[in-house]
Design a protein. Structure first.
Length: 234
């Protein structure tokens, strides 16, 4: 874990604040000032900010069922409710793995393991994400081919891996990309408005019966299922 992530996960402050501490020469590793942002402290290293020893915290992995109306950032000047308001204040500083826009609901993974967060969000690993989409009018199955073939968004080809109609106005889709508001924009290009969007799966991890606005820790088997899925494509 890079030094700024190490400091942030230990509760020193935001990554931007930690970057500034490193740049100002206030961070030492084993008694030596370190201004190299790429350094990854090893187990047993003594990392200090000023005279205060920084202890890396126990790794925490949780799943959250995000409700609509909550932003996926710690602070937002235009929003009152963030996903972190749903978590106990005693928790260490957590990273959310990927974001859901304000009105999108469903599965979010949060952790203080920066390495796992990076693996699961890096495009080369192509971790599957499944969503249920409720549309403003009945779905036309013949249009699925256009979503599978893809369309240009933000200068790149946006496509879906799977498209399955499950009810008159409800569709289940699978992505391996993370273009901004990709699902809403792709359906809009076909003349549909997305009325509700819920992420139900990431890799092999599912929401199941977790109530909206609630969280739970990942089991060991769930965590193991996530890590291999992040290593399959190189």
């Amino acid at each position: 874990m890079r030094l700024n992530r190490f400091l942030a996960a230990a509760g020193v402050g935001s990554r931007r604040h930690c970057d500034q501490l490193i740049a100002d020469g206030r961070v030492t590793i084993n008694g030596r000032v370190c201004t190299d942002f790429s350094i990854q402290p090893a187990e047993g290293d003594h990392v200090k900010v000023g005279s205060k020893l920084v202890h890396s915290q126990q790794k925490l992995y949780i799943i959250l069922n995000k409700p609509a109306g909550f932003v996926s950032t710690r602070t937002d000047p235009n929003a009152h409710d963030t996903i972190f308001d749903l978590l106990p204040p005693k928790f260490p500083r957590l990273f959310n793995i990927g974001r859901l826009d304000t009105q999108t609901e469903g599965l979010l993974i949060l952790t203080n393991d920066g390495d796992l967060a990076q693996r699961l969000t890096h495009p080369r690993y192509k971790v599957e994400q499944a969503y249920e989409v409720t549309l403003d009018r009945p779905w036309e199955p013949a249009l699925a081919a256009k979503l599978l073939a893809g369309m240009m968004l933000d200068g790149q080809r946006a496509k879906m891996e799977k498209v399955q109609g499950i009810r008159l106005t409800r569709v289940r889709v699978v992505l391996r990309q993370g273009i901004n508001r990709q699902i809403r924009r792709m359906f809009y290009e076909l003349g549909f408005e997305v009325k509700r969007l819920v992420r139900i799966r990431v890799g092999h991890l599912r929401l199941d019966d977790l109530p909206k606005g609630h969280w739970r820790p990942l089991s060991k088997s769930e965590l193991k299922s996530l890590v291999p899925s992040a290593r399959t494509t190189r």
